[in-house]
Design a protein around this ligand. Structure first.
Ligand SMILES: [Zn+2]
Length: 449
Protein backbone atom coordinates (compact mmCIF):
# COMPACT_ATOMS: atom_id res chain seq x y z
CA UNK A 1 0.00 0.00 0.00
CA UNK A 2 1.40 3.42 -0.96
CA UNK A 3 2.25 5.55 2.04
CA UNK A 4 2.62 9.24 1.18
CA UNK A 5 4.34 10.23 4.43
CA UNK A 6 6.87 7.43 4.00
CA UNK A 7 7.48 8.37 0.37
CA UNK A 8 7.97 12.07 1.15
CA UNK A 9 10.23 11.32 4.09
CA UNK A 10 12.44 9.06 1.99
CA UNK A 11 12.62 11.05 -1.22
CA UNK A 12 12.32 14.63 -0.05
CA UNK A 13 12.80 15.35 3.65
CA UNK A 14 15.95 13.31 4.26
CA UNK A 15 17.75 14.87 1.33
CA UNK A 16 16.54 18.37 2.11
CA UNK A 17 17.61 18.04 5.73
CA UNK A 18 21.08 16.83 4.86
CA UNK A 19 21.56 19.65 2.36
CA UNK A 20 20.38 22.20 4.88
CA UNK A 21 22.62 20.77 7.59
CA UNK A 22 25.51 20.24 5.15
CA UNK A 23 25.57 16.68 6.35
CA UNK A 24 27.72 13.93 4.87
CA UNK A 25 25.37 11.27 6.14
CA UNK A 26 23.60 10.33 2.92
CA UNK A 27 26.74 10.48 0.79
CA UNK A 28 28.58 8.29 3.29
CA UNK A 29 25.63 5.92 3.37
CA UNK A 30 25.74 5.61 -0.44
CA UNK A 31 29.41 4.71 -0.20
CA UNK A 32 28.75 2.08 2.45
CA UNK A 33 25.96 0.59 0.36
CA UNK A 34 28.54 0.07 -2.40
CA UNK A 35 31.46 -0.94 -0.17
CA UNK A 36 29.55 -3.79 1.49
CA UNK A 37 29.75 -5.68 -1.83
CA UNK A 38 33.46 -5.09 -2.39
CA UNK A 39 35.88 -8.02 -2.28
CA UNK A 40 37.84 -8.70 0.89
CA UNK A 41 41.01 -7.52 -0.81
CA UNK A 42 39.47 -4.18 -1.81
CA UNK A 43 38.09 -3.77 1.69
CA UNK A 44 41.36 -4.58 3.38
CA UNK A 45 43.12 -2.03 1.20
CA UNK A 46 40.53 0.55 2.20
CA UNK A 47 40.91 -0.37 5.86
CA UNK A 48 44.71 -0.16 5.78
CA UNK A 49 44.57 3.23 4.07
CA UNK A 50 42.18 4.52 6.69
CA UNK A 51 44.22 3.01 9.52
CA UNK A 52 47.32 4.73 8.24
CA UNK A 53 45.45 8.04 7.99
CA UNK A 54 44.02 7.96 11.49
CA UNK A 55 47.28 6.77 13.02
CA UNK A 56 49.28 9.48 11.26
CA UNK A 57 46.72 12.04 12.40
CA UNK A 58 46.80 10.73 15.97
CA UNK A 59 50.59 10.79 16.00
CA UNK A 60 50.68 14.46 15.10
CA UNK A 61 47.62 15.62 17.03
CA UNK A 62 47.13 13.52 20.15
CA UNK A 63 49.72 13.80 22.91
CA UNK A 64 48.68 10.39 24.20
CA UNK A 65 49.31 8.48 20.98
CA UNK A 66 52.42 10.48 20.12
CA UNK A 67 53.95 9.29 23.36
CA UNK A 68 52.80 5.66 22.88
CA UNK A 69 54.15 5.52 19.33
CA UNK A 70 57.47 7.11 20.30
CA UNK A 71 57.87 4.63 23.16
CA UNK A 72 57.44 1.75 20.69
CA UNK A 73 59.53 3.29 17.94
CA UNK A 74 56.51 3.65 15.64
CA UNK A 75 56.45 6.57 13.22
CA UNK A 76 53.40 6.13 10.98
CA UNK A 77 54.44 9.02 8.73
CA UNK A 78 57.45 6.99 7.64
CA UNK A 79 56.07 3.51 7.19
CA UNK A 80 52.89 1.59 7.92
CA UNK A 81 51.97 -2.07 8.15
CA UNK A 82 49.57 -4.03 10.36
CA UNK A 83 52.63 -5.54 12.09
CA UNK A 84 53.95 -2.13 13.00
CA UNK A 85 50.45 -1.02 13.98
CA UNK A 86 50.08 -3.95 16.38
CA UNK A 87 53.14 -2.78 18.32
CA UNK A 88 51.03 0.08 19.72
CA UNK A 89 49.86 -0.96 23.20
CA UNK A 90 46.13 -1.43 23.81
CA UNK A 91 44.25 1.60 25.18
CA UNK A 92 41.95 0.87 28.14
CA UNK A 93 38.99 2.70 29.63
CA UNK A 94 41.18 3.67 32.56
CA UNK A 95 43.74 5.24 30.20
CA UNK A 96 41.00 7.42 28.77
CA UNK A 97 39.63 8.36 32.14
CA UNK A 98 43.04 9.25 33.55
CA UNK A 99 44.35 11.17 30.55
CA UNK A 100 41.18 12.36 28.83
CA UNK A 101 42.48 15.65 27.44
CA UNK A 102 45.66 14.03 26.08
CA UNK A 103 43.43 12.06 23.68
CA UNK A 104 41.72 15.06 22.14
CA UNK A 105 43.26 16.34 18.92
CA UNK A 106 45.10 19.63 19.14
CA UNK A 107 43.30 21.09 16.15
CA UNK A 108 39.81 20.08 17.32
CA UNK A 109 37.38 22.91 18.01
CA UNK A 110 36.28 21.77 21.43
CA UNK A 111 33.20 23.98 21.45
CA UNK A 112 31.90 22.13 18.38
CA UNK A 113 32.46 18.60 19.60
CA UNK A 114 29.68 16.19 20.50
CA UNK A 115 30.14 14.53 23.87
CA UNK A 116 28.89 11.04 24.76
CA UNK A 117 29.05 9.54 28.19
CA UNK A 118 29.31 5.81 28.63
CA UNK A 119 27.59 4.07 31.51
CA UNK A 120 29.64 2.95 34.44
CA UNK A 121 28.43 -0.64 34.44
CA UNK A 122 31.92 -1.97 33.73
CA UNK A 123 33.22 0.08 36.63
CA UNK A 124 34.56 2.98 34.59
CA UNK A 125 32.38 5.69 33.09
CA UNK A 126 33.89 7.81 30.35
CA UNK A 127 33.45 10.99 28.38
CA UNK A 128 34.03 10.60 24.66
CA UNK A 129 34.17 13.36 22.09
CA UNK A 130 33.71 13.40 18.34
CA UNK A 131 32.94 15.94 15.65
CA UNK A 132 29.78 16.20 13.57
CA UNK A 133 31.39 14.64 10.54
CA UNK A 134 32.19 11.54 12.57
CA UNK A 135 28.66 11.49 13.97
CA UNK A 136 27.20 11.69 10.46
CA UNK A 137 29.32 8.75 9.34
CA UNK A 138 28.15 6.73 12.32
CA UNK A 139 24.55 7.58 11.49
CA UNK A 140 25.21 6.44 7.93
CA UNK A 141 26.37 3.05 9.22
CA UNK A 142 23.14 2.80 11.22
CA UNK A 143 21.14 3.46 8.05
CA UNK A 144 23.00 0.65 6.28
CA UNK A 145 22.46 -1.81 9.13
CA UNK A 146 18.82 -0.74 9.52
CA UNK A 147 18.27 -1.62 5.87
CA UNK A 148 19.76 -5.06 6.44
CA UNK A 149 17.01 -5.52 9.01
CA UNK A 150 14.17 -4.57 6.67
CA UNK A 151 13.92 -0.83 7.28
CA UNK A 152 14.23 1.88 4.62
CA UNK A 153 14.45 5.66 4.62
CA UNK A 154 11.13 7.12 5.68
CA UNK A 155 9.79 4.00 7.36
CA UNK A 156 8.40 4.65 10.82
CA UNK A 157 10.20 2.98 13.71
CA UNK A 158 9.21 1.78 17.14
CA UNK A 159 11.80 1.98 19.89
CA UNK A 160 11.80 0.01 23.11
CA UNK A 161 14.22 2.26 24.89
CA UNK A 162 15.05 3.80 28.26
CA UNK A 163 14.71 7.55 28.78
CA UNK A 164 13.32 8.43 25.34
CA UNK A 165 14.21 11.82 23.93
CA UNK A 166 11.16 13.97 23.31
CA UNK A 167 11.44 16.79 20.78
CA UNK A 168 11.40 20.18 22.49
CA UNK A 169 12.48 22.91 20.08
CA UNK A 170 10.55 23.64 16.89
CA UNK A 171 13.49 22.37 14.83
CA UNK A 172 13.48 19.09 16.75
CA UNK A 173 9.71 18.78 16.35
CA UNK A 174 9.88 19.30 12.59
CA UNK A 175 12.69 16.79 12.30
CA UNK A 176 10.81 14.31 14.44
CA UNK A 177 7.65 14.63 12.39
CA UNK A 178 9.22 14.49 8.93
CA UNK A 179 12.20 12.20 9.35
CA UNK A 180 12.75 10.48 12.64
CA UNK A 181 9.20 9.13 12.61
CA UNK A 182 9.51 7.11 15.76
CA UNK A 183 7.28 5.92 18.61
CA UNK A 184 8.63 4.92 22.01
CA UNK A 185 7.92 2.32 24.62
CA UNK A 186 9.83 3.60 27.65
CA UNK A 187 11.71 0.69 29.21
CA UNK A 188 11.90 2.50 32.52
CA UNK A 189 8.21 1.79 32.82
CA UNK A 190 7.47 -1.65 31.35
CA UNK A 191 4.21 -3.08 32.65
CA UNK A 192 0.99 -4.50 31.22
CA UNK A 193 -0.67 -1.06 31.13
CA UNK A 194 2.20 0.75 29.38
CA UNK A 195 2.66 -2.13 26.93
CA UNK A 196 -1.10 -2.18 26.26
CA UNK A 197 -1.02 1.55 25.45
CA UNK A 198 1.93 0.95 23.18
CA UNK A 199 0.05 -1.76 21.28
CA UNK A 200 -2.85 0.70 20.76
CA UNK A 201 -0.45 3.32 19.50
CA UNK A 202 1.18 0.74 17.23
CA UNK A 203 -2.16 -0.05 15.56
CA UNK A 204 -2.57 3.63 14.67
CA UNK A 205 1.01 4.47 13.69
CA UNK A 206 1.97 1.11 12.16
CA UNK A 207 5.76 1.35 12.45
CA UNK A 208 7.81 -0.72 10.00
CA UNK A 209 10.54 -1.85 12.36
CA UNK A 210 11.05 -2.21 16.08
CA UNK A 211 14.40 -1.84 17.82
CA UNK A 212 15.65 -1.81 21.37
CA UNK A 213 17.66 -3.55 24.06
CA UNK A 214 17.37 -7.28 23.48
CA UNK A 215 15.84 -8.07 26.85
CA UNK A 216 13.33 -5.20 26.71
CA UNK A 217 12.08 -6.39 23.31
CA UNK A 218 11.85 -9.84 24.83
CA UNK A 219 9.64 -8.53 27.66
CA UNK A 220 7.35 -6.87 25.13
CA UNK A 221 7.32 -10.04 22.99
CA UNK A 222 6.37 -12.14 26.00
CA UNK A 223 3.53 -9.74 26.74
CA UNK A 224 2.21 -10.04 23.16
CA UNK A 225 2.22 -13.83 23.42
CA UNK A 226 0.54 -13.77 26.84
CA UNK A 227 -2.21 -11.46 25.55
CA UNK A 228 -2.61 -13.44 22.32
CA UNK A 229 -1.83 -10.37 20.21
CA UNK A 230 -0.76 -11.61 16.77
CA UNK A 231 -1.14 -8.56 14.54
CA UNK A 232 2.07 -6.77 15.49
CA UNK A 233 4.01 -7.56 12.35
CA UNK A 234 6.96 -5.25 11.67
CA UNK A 235 9.22 -5.78 8.65
CA UNK A 236 12.22 -5.95 10.93
CA UNK A 237 13.16 -6.48 14.57
CA UNK A 238 16.51 -5.07 15.70
CA UNK A 239 18.05 -6.13 19.00
CA UNK A 240 20.94 -4.06 20.17
CA UNK A 241 23.14 -2.92 23.04
CA UNK A 242 23.28 -6.17 24.92
CA UNK A 243 23.63 -9.93 24.55
CA UNK A 244 20.71 -11.55 22.76
CA UNK A 245 20.10 -14.88 24.47
CA UNK A 246 18.96 -17.82 22.34
CA UNK A 247 15.76 -18.46 24.26
CA UNK A 248 14.86 -14.75 24.14
CA UNK A 249 15.47 -14.70 20.42
CA UNK A 250 13.05 -17.61 20.00
CA UNK A 251 10.28 -15.84 21.95
CA UNK A 252 10.80 -12.56 20.07
CA UNK A 253 10.64 -14.32 16.70
CA UNK A 254 7.49 -16.14 17.74
CA UNK A 255 5.78 -12.93 18.88
CA UNK A 256 6.58 -10.82 15.80
CA UNK A 257 6.66 -13.57 13.18
CA UNK A 258 10.04 -12.21 12.06
CA UNK A 259 13.71 -13.07 12.44
CA UNK A 260 15.58 -10.88 14.90
CA UNK A 261 18.50 -8.85 13.56
CA UNK A 262 21.14 -8.82 16.25
CA UNK A 263 23.49 -5.89 16.37
CA UNK A 264 26.61 -4.98 18.31
CA UNK A 265 28.06 -1.56 18.95
CA UNK A 266 29.14 0.78 21.68
CA UNK A 267 28.91 4.42 22.65
CA UNK A 268 32.65 4.86 22.03
CA UNK A 269 32.78 3.95 18.32
CA UNK A 270 29.19 3.37 17.16
CA UNK A 271 28.19 0.34 15.09
CA UNK A 272 30.74 -2.49 15.29
CA UNK A 273 28.80 -5.37 13.71
CA UNK A 274 25.32 -6.36 12.60
CA UNK A 275 23.55 -9.41 11.29
CA UNK A 276 22.37 -9.29 7.70
CA UNK A 277 19.28 -11.00 6.30
CA UNK A 278 21.03 -14.37 6.75
CA UNK A 279 21.01 -14.03 10.57
CA UNK A 280 24.11 -16.17 10.89
CA UNK A 281 26.90 -14.14 12.44
CA UNK A 282 27.35 -10.35 12.41
CA UNK A 283 29.17 -8.47 9.63
CA UNK A 284 31.89 -6.19 10.98
CA UNK A 285 31.53 -2.54 10.02
CA UNK A 286 34.90 -2.71 8.31
CA UNK A 287 34.98 0.71 6.61
CA UNK A 288 34.50 2.42 9.98
CA UNK A 289 36.07 0.20 12.61
CA UNK A 290 39.19 -1.97 12.59
CA UNK A 291 38.44 -4.87 14.95
CA UNK A 292 41.00 -7.19 16.56
CA UNK A 293 40.47 -10.20 18.82
CA UNK A 294 43.24 -10.57 21.39
CA UNK A 295 44.29 -13.05 24.08
CA UNK A 296 45.38 -12.34 27.66
CA UNK A 297 48.79 -11.13 26.39
CA UNK A 298 47.20 -8.89 23.75
CA UNK A 299 48.27 -11.25 20.95
CA UNK A 300 45.80 -12.19 18.17
CA UNK A 301 43.67 -15.27 18.89
CA UNK A 302 42.93 -17.92 16.27
CA UNK A 303 39.70 -17.98 14.31
CA UNK A 304 36.99 -19.62 16.43
CA UNK A 305 38.67 -18.78 19.76
CA UNK A 306 37.21 -16.19 22.14
CA UNK A 307 39.22 -12.98 22.18
CA UNK A 308 39.02 -9.57 23.82
CA UNK A 309 37.56 -7.16 21.32
CA UNK A 310 39.89 -4.26 20.52
CA UNK A 311 38.75 -1.55 18.11
CA UNK A 312 40.27 1.32 16.18
CA UNK A 313 37.81 4.02 15.20
CA UNK A 314 38.49 5.04 11.59
CA UNK A 315 36.12 8.02 11.75
CA UNK A 316 37.01 9.91 14.90
CA UNK A 317 39.63 12.53 14.13
CA UNK A 318 38.66 14.74 17.06
CA UNK A 319 39.50 12.15 19.71
CA UNK A 320 41.35 9.27 18.08
CA UNK A 321 40.78 5.86 19.64
CA UNK A 322 43.42 3.38 18.56
CA UNK A 323 43.48 -0.24 19.68
CA UNK A 324 40.84 0.50 22.31
CA UNK A 325 39.65 -2.41 24.45
CA UNK A 326 35.86 -2.41 24.59
CA UNK A 327 35.77 -4.95 27.46
CA UNK A 328 33.70 -7.43 25.48
CA UNK A 329 34.72 -10.88 24.34
CA UNK A 330 33.88 -12.21 20.88
CA UNK A 331 34.75 -14.91 18.37
CA UNK A 332 35.55 -14.17 14.73
CA UNK A 333 35.32 -16.47 11.75
CA UNK A 334 36.77 -16.45 8.25
CA UNK A 335 33.59 -18.11 6.98
CA UNK A 336 32.03 -16.19 4.10
CA UNK A 337 28.37 -15.19 4.45
CA UNK A 338 26.01 -16.56 1.77
CA UNK A 339 24.66 -13.00 1.29
CA UNK A 340 27.88 -12.19 -0.58
CA UNK A 341 28.86 -9.12 1.44
CA UNK A 342 32.60 -8.68 1.84
CA UNK A 343 32.51 -7.49 5.45
CA UNK A 344 34.01 -10.26 7.62
CA UNK A 345 31.94 -12.00 10.28
CA UNK A 346 31.85 -11.85 14.04
CA UNK A 347 30.64 -15.38 14.78
CA UNK A 348 29.27 -14.54 18.20
CA UNK A 349 29.67 -12.41 21.29
CA UNK A 350 30.63 -14.17 24.48
CA UNK A 351 29.65 -11.31 26.75
CA UNK A 352 31.24 -8.54 28.63
CA UNK A 353 34.61 -9.10 30.23
CA UNK A 354 33.14 -7.86 33.51
CA UNK A 355 30.43 -10.51 33.34
CA UNK A 356 32.80 -13.47 33.28
CA UNK A 357 32.68 -15.41 36.55
CA UNK A 358 35.74 -16.92 38.23
CA UNK A 359 36.12 -20.68 38.61
CA UNK A 360 37.90 -22.23 41.62
CA UNK A 361 40.72 -23.55 39.39
CA UNK A 362 41.49 -20.02 38.17
CA UNK A 363 39.56 -20.40 34.92
CA UNK A 364 36.64 -18.24 33.84
CA UNK A 365 33.16 -18.85 32.54
CA UNK A 366 31.07 -16.48 30.43
CA UNK A 367 28.26 -15.60 32.84
CA UNK A 368 25.75 -15.13 30.08
CA UNK A 369 26.39 -18.64 28.73
CA UNK A 370 26.02 -20.01 32.22
CA UNK A 371 22.67 -18.26 32.62
CA UNK A 372 21.56 -19.68 29.30
CA UNK A 373 22.69 -23.19 30.23
CA UNK A 374 20.94 -23.04 33.60
CA UNK A 375 17.69 -21.72 32.14
CA UNK A 376 17.77 -24.56 29.63
CA UNK A 377 18.63 -27.29 32.13
CA UNK A 378 16.55 -26.30 35.14
CA UNK A 379 12.78 -26.12 34.61
CA UNK A 380 10.77 -23.54 36.54
CA UNK A 381 12.94 -20.44 36.18
CA UNK A 382 11.64 -17.51 34.17
CA UNK A 383 14.69 -15.26 34.51
CA UNK A 384 17.80 -15.13 36.62
CA UNK A 385 20.74 -12.94 37.50
CA UNK A 386 24.00 -14.31 38.89
CA UNK A 387 26.11 -12.21 41.22
CA UNK A 388 29.43 -13.74 42.18
CA UNK A 389 30.33 -12.26 45.56
CA UNK A 390 33.40 -14.46 46.12
CA UNK A 391 34.89 -17.62 44.62
CA UNK A 392 32.62 -19.69 46.83
CA UNK A 393 29.47 -17.59 46.98
CA UNK A 394 27.00 -16.85 44.22
CA UNK A 395 23.84 -14.86 44.84
CA UNK A 396 21.02 -15.70 42.43
CA UNK A 397 18.13 -13.35 41.79
CA UNK A 398 15.49 -15.68 40.46
CA UNK A 399 12.07 -15.09 38.89
CA UNK A 400 9.73 -18.06 39.24
CA UNK A 401 8.62 -19.68 36.00
CA UNK A 402 5.43 -21.57 35.25
CA UNK A 403 6.99 -24.98 35.90
CA UNK A 404 8.38 -23.94 39.27
CA UNK A 405 8.29 -26.67 41.93
CA UNK A 406 9.86 -27.13 45.36
CA UNK A 407 12.69 -28.92 43.55
CA UNK A 408 13.61 -26.04 41.28
CA UNK A 409 15.96 -24.22 43.65
CA UNK A 410 17.79 -27.44 44.57
CA UNK A 411 18.29 -28.21 40.89
CA UNK A 412 19.51 -24.65 40.36
CA UNK A 413 22.06 -25.01 43.16
CA UNK A 414 23.15 -28.41 41.85
CA UNK A 415 23.52 -27.08 38.32
CA UNK A 416 25.82 -24.27 39.53
CA UNK A 417 27.86 -26.68 41.67
CA UNK A 418 28.52 -28.79 38.57
CA UNK A 419 30.41 -25.78 37.25
CA UNK A 420 31.89 -24.21 40.39
CA UNK A 421 32.46 -27.31 42.54
CA UNK A 422 30.73 -28.76 45.59
CA UNK A 423 32.01 -26.11 47.98
CA UNK A 424 30.00 -23.39 46.27
CA UNK A 425 27.40 -21.66 48.43
CA UNK A 426 24.33 -20.50 46.53
CA UNK A 427 22.01 -17.88 47.98
CA UNK A 428 18.72 -17.58 46.10
CA UNK A 429 16.52 -14.47 46.25
CA UNK A 430 13.01 -14.58 44.93
CA UNK A 431 12.37 -11.47 42.82
CA UNK A 432 9.50 -10.25 40.62
CA UNK A 433 11.81 -9.20 37.82
CA UNK A 434 15.49 -8.56 37.15
CA UNK A 435 16.15 -4.87 37.76
CA UNK A 436 17.57 -2.83 34.90
CA UNK A 437 20.44 -0.41 35.11
CA UNK A 438 20.12 3.34 34.69
CA UNK A 439 20.94 3.00 30.99
CA UNK A 440 17.94 0.70 30.53
CA UNK A 441 20.19 -2.31 29.94
CA UNK A 442 20.04 -5.52 31.91
CA UNK A 443 22.94 -7.50 33.32
CA UNK A 444 22.38 -11.16 33.98
CA UNK A 445 25.81 -11.88 35.31
CA UNK A 446 27.92 -9.73 37.59
CA UNK A 447 31.34 -10.63 38.97
CA UNK A 448 32.31 -8.74 42.11
CA UNK A 449 35.68 -10.41 42.60
ZN1 LIG B 1 25.61 -11.69 5.30
Amino acid sequence: MFNLAEFMSKHVFYKAWDIKERSHRLSEWKQLEAQQWWTREQLENLQNERLKCILTHAYHNSDYYKQLCDDQGVNPAQEFSLDIFSRIPVTTKLDIRNKNTAFISKGADRGQLVTAKTGGSTGVSLELHFDRHCQQKRNAAQLMADRWAGWDLGVKRAAVWGNPVHPVTIKQKIRHHLMDRIIYLDTMNLNDASMGDFVDRWQVEKPGVIFGHAHSIFIFARYLIKEGITNIRPRGVIATSMMLLDHERAIIEQAFGRKVTNRYGCEEVGLIASECNEHNGMHLNLPHVYVEFLDANDQPVQEGEPGKIVVTDLNNYAMPLIRYRVEDVGVYTERACPCGRGFPLLERLEGRLADFLKLPDGGEVAGISLVERTLTNVPGIEQMQLIQESTNLIVVNRVKGRDYTTNTDDCLTESLREVFGDRLRVSINEVEHIPQEKSGKYRFSICKI
